[in-house]
Design a protein around this ligand. Structure first.
Ligand SMILES: O=C(O)C(=O)C[C@H](O)[C@H](O)CO
Ligand SMILES: [Mg+2]
Length: 403
């Protein structure tokens, strides 16, 4: 089956998405997500200008060979732009292969390992009370696992605190908006949030928290220790992971489980973390980590060290990525949890899909392929609109810090 054409579709139904569509001489098509939040057009160009010309005429079934061709062939390996572009090709080709086999994608990966995919939702509040109310609402909706983030007194804008009820959209302006930050205030406030959550919610639900790369390792150790009484499912992105060794220090101080990896692109970003058992959950996902083909390698390495998966699933990962991730999650033996930040109705209409939510689980559909399509006519009504992620400055002196 030959690849005859491929094109990139950039649209903005509420937020920007980049989608690759591949055509074959047998009439089958497949799509892959290539969205890189705040840097969308770089991946669109990488695909259009540098990848698509190399795809035409290749055998669509040779997914592994095409992956290696694009990874090794570029010479310039890794990085979010390259790996998101490769991921889009890989996802579209798995979609085509599964359609050709007339099977849902999870069947091709090795079949079903569980009845559904446990997901966590996002309870975001301007203060502790508001977050607790939101968490109770998520419990009411049937979620078994809830991520909790709260505004911090004295700080104007904090990661994870949203104006919307079900959506959180950090890419909020045509130039980066500025947030302020104080680790001292955060470290004082966060344990109080989880104390209140356990008090009001009880102990049946999993609780998660995202520190969004803001602490030093020793500060993260202190927070992990302070949160131990509230039995978190995980503390995410406690410290930046460019230096993978940094996690050793956190581990020496706390038994709160650690998750990291939404910004990882390859197995090399998490190799030391996994092999030294410095983390408990790996958060890499389809679109930013080289597609199903590469994510599977990461998961297999992780399985050897009892590290489980917890794929990133924020709104900037399109329903195409979510669909593919759910097939992956349905199969992967060392599954942990899947993030589920709901998309807006506009987004869902542009990307018709057959996955659905029921009582705390998402279920991949049974349609051949990954089960997600793009309505191109509707997509054309939402042109690209430049949007950046925020930057973050220390509240006391304005130093640029991690967002
Ligand atoms: O979903 C999460 O855990 C995030 O941290 C969301 C990220 O900030 C978002 O995907 C950045 O584009
Ligand atoms: Mg995160």
């Amino acid at each position: 089956m030959k690849i005859t054409n491929a094109k990139v579709i950039v649209c903005s139904p509420g937020r920007n998405f980049v989608t690759l569509k591949i055509y074959t001489d047998e009439g089958l098509t497949g799509i892959g997500d290539a969205t890189l939040n705040g840097r969308e057009l770089s991946v669109a160009s990488y695909l259009t200008d540098h990848v698509i010309p190399c795809l035409i005429g290749r055998d669509a079934h040779q997914i592994e060979d095409i992956w290696q061709y694009l990874y090794r062939g570029a010479y310039w390996r890794r990085g979010p732009v390259t790996m998101s572009a490769i991921a889009a090709v890989d996802t579209a080709l798995w979609d085509i292969k599964a359609k050709a086999a007339n099977m849902p994608l999870y069947q091709l990966l090795g079949g079903r390992s569980r009845h559904g995919v446990m997901v966590y939702g996002h309870a975001n509040g301007s203060d502790i009370e508001h977050t607790v109310d939101e968490a109770l609402r998520y419990a009411e909706m049937g979620y078994m696992a809830i991520r909790a983030q709260a505004g911090i007194p004295g700080l104007k804008k904090v990661y994870g605190v949203s104006k919307d009820q079900l959506f959180y959209e950090p890419a909020d302006a045509s130039l980066p908006s500025e947030h302020d930050w104080s680790t001292e205030k955060y470290l004082d406030h966060t344990p109080k949030l989880f104390e209140k959550l356990r008090d009001k919610l009880g102990w049946e639900h999993h609780l998660l928290h995202d520190a969004h790369h803001r602490m030093t390792p020793i500060e993260a150790g202190r927070l992990g220790k302070a949160l131990e009484p509230y039995r978190l499912f995980w503390l995410e992105d406690a410290t930046p992971a460019e230096n993978q060794e940094a996690f050793r220090l956190i581990r020496q101080h706390t038994v709160t489980p650690l998750a990291v990896g939404e910004v990882f692109n390859t197995i090399w970003d998490c190799k030391d973390l996994i092999q030294n058992q410095l983390i408990d959950y790996i958060r890499a996902t389809v679109v930013h980590a080289g597609g199903i083909t590469h994510l599977r390698r990461i998961a297999d390495l992780a399985a050897m060290y009892q590290v489980r998966t917890g794929c990133h699933g924020a709104t900037d990962l399109s329903p195409v990525c979510m669909g593919a991730a759910l097939h992956f999650d349905t199969w992967v033996p060392n599954f942990g949890i899947q993030e589920y930040m709901r998309h807006t109705e506009e987004t869902d209409a542009v990307f018709p899909h057959d996955y659905h939510f029921d009582k705390g689980f998402l279920y991949a559909g049974e349609k051949p392929g990954h089960g997600v399509d793009i309505d191109e006519k509707l997509a054309a009504k939402y042109p690209y609109s430049r949007a950046y992620l925020p930057v973050n400055r220390l509240a006391h002196d304005g130093t640029l810090t991690n967002w």
